[in-house]
Design a protein. Structure first.
Lengths: 350, 350
């Protein structure tokens, strides 16, 4: 008889299909809003987290990264890749999965797909930051880069910030057409633009979300005007930026975790001591966010481990009531913890 | 209709049960020997690997670590915890799982349990090092610490090094009794010892494998004599060592990856510039291993990411012919890679 694993040895696994079922049950925009609240709650207790820049493995084709963090009770990490050339080969640019574990025992308690979840948490982080930095009257958002992240951003900003119009531009018109089609029926007014200059016209918020792994300038200085909020999410590794340096020099810059953003964010183009404000300090009321209607605010977002932690904890809490998942036999659990050898040998067929 | 994930979106998962089935099919000692060859082959191409000290999250109860590496073609990482207090609570001290991925696309190609596999790869690394460092005539091994790793070490040294006698000691006689019972029928002469001093008497090789997360001295200076090889595997994090400092000063010390071993190994008790030899250089013939029969050699082993990489690749190769596994729907794979949103929405029930 083959011994069966105990409950302790099982780890709940949320597959892509399970995640899509959960997202559709809650609703895409609602889940982005929920995760934004979760992320904000964790930013409010920022000092409690173990923080480290993510650990990258760079190659010619892209990067694979591990993003760990812990709040002392729960540990989490995400595995994520970024391969700009994948799209042309029919693969996702970004795929991801994540794990939560108990700090006291080290045992994993959740394994989850995070390709879909990262799309939601990235939009959630953007709207959470915009809640503190964008003009309160913002109704129009320009979106430069209409790839896999675009619609999640649009619906998140509609739900949480009150955006009613998105102005789309992508160097590939097929991407814009795809996004516009997906946003039909959302209630958003969708304007397809032929140039980036056209897209930013009249925009209160500019979201840049392109994927080239090279220095690119998707926004030039003349395209940014007084009072705008820039949500820059496409620049996220060394050598990958989206904004002209002059824009940075005119903006008040807000970042997630400076030691990581200095390496990966738009501010890699600036001096290493150029002043930036940590977003968590704004959220805690320790630093000013937007103070004036003519100020240009820039959220130089690269994605940080605590945001994935927040999203994973949200998913974990949904498992009992809303979630579909599968238990994986991932942890060896001998009756006598010292007798791993005996467990292996007893599993042999007679 | 719910769309089904494509083959590209599936990742083979080797559960604990699958791993035990594989180990028993190949045989425990044979699999340790196979993995030792695999690890040695990767040590021979050491400069090809991206190497970094593992990334730890320390807590009062233990540590959770991520151990990534890449050979430029394949990326791998292991999640592993070390919680010395777990045993008393009925949990494993060490549990682990690991992942392999393609560097060119960033897509995972294997998820595997590694609690069992780590036990095998740790023994495999020890015997691989001993092949280069232990006296050729070694027949007797002292084993101090008779926990979960003990029997794997014993069988590995029997198979690869030709050990015929093991002398066991543990501060808990129940652990020694467990190991002795498990080694019945192995062909090894097993001697249960009442003290560590007794265990090392006449031993050619001393393996220390205890788990306390504190400075411990399981070997004192008078217990080590000329010509012995010490296989020290229990000290593996800051503040966790097993050997008296004077032993280190009399030994020629061999390590896996100095930047990690300086932090975690026995040599944390020495000056940061104390000379050590990198094991890969011995294996490549660039540095001497054992040169004289009276020399004391010390393998200050903490476990390195390439060893897990080698073990995971071995398992991955077995999947086609020998392995049982399950495909996991872990990677989102929309028809149009930019249309993640559309994929999620199309999965909604009508």
């Amino acid at each position: 008889m083959i011994p069966q694993p105990s409950a302790m040895a099982m780890v709940p696994f949320v597959s892509v299909q399970d995640m899509m079922t959960l997202v559709n049950k809650i609703g895409i925009a609602q889940m982005i809003a929920d995760i934004a609240d979760e992320i904000e709650a964790d930013y409010r207790r920022w000092p409690q987290f173990d923080k480290t820049p993510r650990v990258p493995a760079h190659s010619a084709e892209g990067v694979i990264e591990l993003m760990p963090t812990s709040d002392g009770e729960t540990y989490g990490f995400k595995y994520v890749n970024g391969h700009p050339a994948n799209m042309a080969r029919g693969f996702q640019t970004v795929t991801a999965f994540g794990v939560l574990a108990r700090v006291d025992t080290g045992y994993p308690i959740l394994l989850s797909e995070m390709t879909v979840l990262t799309a939601l948490r990235t939009a959630a982080t953007s709207v959470m930051a915009a809640r503190h930095l964008a003009p309160k009257t913002a109704r129009t958002m320009a979106m430069i880069g209409n790839g896999a992240q675009c619609e999640f951003q649009a619906l998140g900003f509609q739900k949480v910030i009150g955006i009613d119009t998105v102005r789309l531009f992508d160097i590939d018109p097929a991407a814009t057409a795809k996004a516009a089609k997906n946003l039909q029926g959302s209630g958003l007014t969708v304007v397809k633009c032929k140039t980036a200059e056209d897209a930013v016209t009249g925009a209160d918020i500019i979201t840049t979300c392109t994927a080239d792994k090279q220095y690119a300038t998707v926004l030039t200085d003349n395209m940014v005007g007084a009072g705008q909020h820039i949500n820059a999410i496409g620049g996220d590794c060394p050598g990958k930026t989206e904004l002209h340096r002059d824009i940075l020099l005119r903006s008040d810059i807000f970042v997630e975790y400076p030691p990581q953003t200095r390496i990966e964010g738009e501010i890699q183009a600036l001096d290493p001591d150029h002043p930036v404000t940590e977003l968590w300090q704004v959220i805690c009321g320790d630093a000013p966010g937007r103070t004036d209607s003519r100020q240009i605010t820039l959220f130089d977002s690269v994605g940080f481990a605590t945001e994935d932690f927040s999203a994973l904890r949200y998913v974990h809490r949904q498992l009992r009531d809303n979630g579909t998942y599968q238990d994986l036999d991932m942890i060896a659990d001998p009756d006598d913890p010292r007798d791993l050898f005996g467990m292996v040998r007893r599993a042999a067929p007679n």
